[in-house]
Each structure stands twice: as structure tokens, then as C-alpha cells.
Unconditional design. Structure first.
Length: 146
């Protein structure tokens, strides 16, 4: 008889592995008539000593059509990827590349300097650099006798 250890993380990981690909293609909407997004960007966020770097996969999206905005401490990314029109003679076996609108929001930490944010897009990867604010140095306050 083999003893097998129960590992709930691996069970959850297996479930996430099987369900996550479908989550990228679901429609996100506020109501039936006003669709916010048809697909979700894959994003990596890296914290470095002096900045945060956000990298988003946007293959096939025109960089001029990507909108990046900041409202208070919320960074928003939106845009749209168009699929090429299909020919009536074409018969698809499988379609995995999503098209349509995308929309993501990120809450920036207090250390983010929103005035110095830059963005560039190269080879289908949007890279947003968010510099950190310099930390206020601690001061020692002397107490004077009255």
C-alpha cells in the first residue's frame, strides 16, 4: 500500500491550472449593453529599489490606441485588439487568440510617484515604469526646557 500525502495547494493549483485559461477570455461588463472588456491582459509587476515595472502582453494592439490614465492612486489600462475579418472559405478548427476591448486597473502604493510614470511598447509588450518617491528622512527633535 502506498501512502500519499494530501496537499491542498497542489489540488488548488491543479484547479487553477485547468480553469485559469478560460478566465482570460470572459467578458467583463457593468451591464448587458455596456461591455467594459472582452479579455484580460496578462501582466507582470516587478518591484525594484527605485521603481515599479509593470509589463503587459499586448500583441497585435496599436500602441497609439492604448489608453493609460491615473485617478488618485488607481492606474488604468484600456484598449482594443481587432481580429482580421474572416473569409467565408475559411473554416476554423480552434480560435484561442482573443480580440475586443481590454481593461485593467491597479492600485498604486503610497510610495509611487505618479508624476514620473513613463510607458513604452516594444514587440507586443507594454512596459510602464513607475518611479518611487524618495523617503522622508527621520528627524530628531530636541525638547527644550521652558
Amino acid at each position: 500500500m502506498n501512502i500519499r500525502r494530501y496537499e491542498p495547494r497542489s489540488l488548488f493549483g491543479l484547479m487553477q491550472y485547468n480553469l485559469l485559461p478560460f478566465a482570460r477570455y470572459q467578458t467583463i461588463s457593468t451591464d448587458r449593453n455596456n461591455t467594459v472588456a472582452n479579455w484580460v491582459l496578462a501582466v507582470d509587476i516587478v518591484e525594484k529599489i527605485d521603481k515599479f515595472v509593470l509589463q503587459a502582453d499586448v500583441p497585435g494592439v496599436d500602441p497609439a490606441k492604448i489608453e493609460i490614465s491615473i485617478d488618485a492612486d488607481i492606474l488604468s489600462l484600456s484598449g482594443e485588439r481587432h481580429s482580421k475579418p474572416s473569409d467565408q472559405s475559411e473554416s476554423f478548427t480552434k480560435i484561442e487568440r482573443s480580440s475586443g476591448k481590454f481593461y485593467r486597473q491597479f492600485t498604486l502604493p503610497e510610495t509611487a510617484n505618479t508624476e514620473g510614470i513613463t510607458a513604452k511598447c516594444s514587440n507586443g509588450i507594454l512596459e510602464i515604469t513607475i518611479p518611487k518617491q524618495s523617503k522622508a528622512e527621520a528627524k530628531r527633535i530636541t525638547v527644550q526646557a521652558a
